[in-house]
Design a protein. Structure first.
Length: 598
């Protein structure tokens, strides 16, 4: 299963500097957290000094002095705990806010991408990027300021104190540090490679699950459960192998780093004994020095672990900014105007269109076949145009160009004499209503689905729209009426009920131009009659484009267009085209001659 969308389109390099605008937006909170971090850090050398002094007093048996130092240490631990809480709480707040802003920006960006992008991109992959990848980025940001920076500061402060105690011992102890740094860097780069592979596999698995659960009815109808189980097992195994490769690398890393740390400790004791024998260090100072070294173990370990996570987070950043780099295929002009209220005159002038081909890295994509060829058409206000023809003839493409879901290769489309490429998308689409073949309802109430896209709506207007759409009666019989909650995809409603909700949605929008895309093709006769009545009401005084296979809808059209291979080959009323005895007459004889199809 391939879940990676078009690679190479806006591919970005993976650097954390891409997050700087989001980090700057939270600079006040982060600054407060860093102030707490500095206060937290300055206590480390003091604690190391107290440990050395206390060890000397223990040897001398000076109980009052030990109690005094223990009291000071307790106060220090209390203050340190308070500032540590401030650091952790403030950084969590900033990191979560950054993740929220990034998630909102990505989601808003996806809303602006063209339909072609979503037709080739698995939903599961997008969902994973919006959830898991952004959560990982937020966690990494949190750890940078919550753990990494404090640990680095702790290393600097404690090392400074160690140099103050005995620079020779610190110099010899630090010899192994560059070796550890090189090893940590190598492990991090390898982990980045494995993490990218693992995250791609998880996206593939997520995309497969989304696809399967969306089509579970079809899977069960074709008794394809065993096939899907095998497909899932194969994808899950690929995911396991990718994750295991990353975990195995981490399993190798920690013993290697741990061995080097152990060697550092042994070297420390050897050199410490030598420095004491030379008179360069006292016993209590050496204990204080050892305590300082102990204070370095956690920061080194955490820094190593964080570095690995930063590399894994880098893969997530790569995937998120890869999305943000993709540009919408349909863009508004910088000087786009708002389309004024229209009468509904539509003109297609020498329109040629082929669906865009998405690129593959390193390859020149073959051009897609042309769907519409130099097509011209004028539709007058209030005219109902029916489009008939075989599948793939270009009927749906013709109407999809009107709301500007895609841009033309040649020609222009005008509404009331205004080129739709020169107007804002909002002002254009607000004046075009669509009743699709398969109605999609969203989680929410029936009223919210009818008023889809409107934050504030008038319930009375919603009810009036439902009455026009023949939906008010069945809605009123529901226990909660218009406040009835609709589940995912509206599967609790029948096909006819969902279709009438879609018609009510279009009625409430009150568009001058209406597109009916096979709105009655999948309904039983009773539902079709109710829907047909609703359609007749909504079509009055509007410019209507009808794609249909039912004669009852087609024959009421002002004009019928026969579309074939992207061109209009016949045009006329139902009776005129039957008398002509050409393509439409043959189409009628094949599709509509049986009484059951009427």
């Amino acid at each position: 299963m391939k879940s990676r969308f078009v690679k190479g389109v806006g591919q970005t390099e993976s650097y954390y500097w891409q997050l700087l605008p989001y980090i700057r937006a939270e600079w006040k909170t982060i600054s407060q957290a860093l102030a707490c971090t500095l206060a937290f850090t300055v206590f480390w050398p003091i604690l190391a000094r107290l440990a050395g002094e206390m060890a000397g007093l223990i040897g001398a048996g000076n109980v009052p002095a030990i109690a005094r130092l223990a009291g000071i240490a307790a106060v220090i631990f209390l203050i340190r705990g308070i500032v540590q809480y401030g650091q952790d709480a403030l950084m969590a707040k900033a990191a979560l806010k950054i993740a929220l802003q990034l998630r909102q920006r990505v989601y808003a960006h996806l809303q602006r991408l063209n339909l072609g992008f979503f037709e080739v991109t698995p939903t599961g992959d997008l969902s994973y990027r919006l959830t898991e990848d952004i959560d990982r980025i937020g966690e990494v940001i949190n750890k940078v300021f919550h753990q990494f920076i404090p640990c680095v500061l702790q290393l600097i402060v404690v090392l400074g104190y160690m140099v103050y105690l005995n620079w020779q011992l610190t110099f010899f102890t630090a010899i192994i540090a560059p070796v550890m740094a090189v090893l940590i860097g190598w492990f991090g780069e390898q982990l980045l490679k494995y993490s990218r592979r693992s995250q791609n596999r998880i996206s593939d698995l997520s995309a497969l699950l989304t696809e399967v659960f969306s089509g579970i009815r079809l899977i069960q109808a074709f008794d394809a459960q065993d096939y899907e189980i095998a497909r899932f097992a194969k994808e899950a195994e690929r995911n396991r192998k990718a994750k295991y490769a990353a975990e195995r690398l981490k399993a190798i890393q920690f013993p290697v780093i741990g061995f080097l740390e152990a060697m550092s400790v042994l070297l420390l004791f050897f050199l410490g004994g030598w420095q004491i024998s030379q008179g360069n260090l006292t016993g209590s100072e050496f204990i204080s020095y050892v305590a300082a070294v102990a204070l370095l173990i956690d920061p080194i370990s955490i820094t190593t672990s964080n570095y690995n996570e930063f590399k894994q987070g880098e893969a997530s950043i790569d995937r998120i900014f890869e999305l943000l780099a993709i540009q919408p295929a349909v863009k508004e002009l910088p000087n786009a105007i708002a389309l004024p209220p229209v009468t509904g005159k539509v003109e297609y002038r020498h329109v040629t269109f082929a669906y865009p081909t998405l690129a593959t890295p390193g390859k020149t994509p073959p051009p897609n076949p042309t769907v519409l060829h130099d097509l011209s058409l004028t539709v007058n206000p209030g005219e109902a145009i029916a489009l008939v023809g075989t599948s793939g003839a270009g009927k749906t493409t013709l109407v999809n160009l009107l709301p500007r879901f895609y841009d033309l290769q040649a020609g222009e489309i005008l509404i009331d004499g205004v080129n739709i490429a020169e107007v804002t998308l909002t002002s254009l689409r607000r004046q075009i209503g669509i009743v699709p073949q398969e109605t999609l309802l969203f989680s929410g109430t029936l009223a919210q689905n009818i008023a889809f896209g409107q934050t504030d709506f008038n319930l009375q207007a919603v009810e009036e729209a439902a009455k026009v759409a023949n939906a008010h009666q069945f809605i009123s019989q529901l226990p909660d009426g218009y406040h009835t909650w609709v589940g995912e995809r509206g599967m609790s409603l029948s096909g006819g009920q969902r279709q009438r909700i879609a018609i009510a949605r279009a009625v409430l929008l009150n568009p001058r131009i209406l597109i009916l895309d096979e709105a009655t093709s999948a309904l039983d006769s009773e539902s079709e009659a109710l829907v047909q009545q609703a359609l007749e009401r909504i079509m009055r005084d509007r410019t209507v484009f009808i794609i249909a296979h039912r004669l009852a809808t087609v024959r009421r059209a002002s004009r019928i267009l026969v579309v074939e291979k992207g061109q209009i080959l016949e045009s006329g009323t139902h009776e005129e085209l039957l008398q002509k005895g050409d393509r439409y007459a043959r189409f009628y004889a094949q599709q509509f001659s049986e009484s059951g199809s009427l």
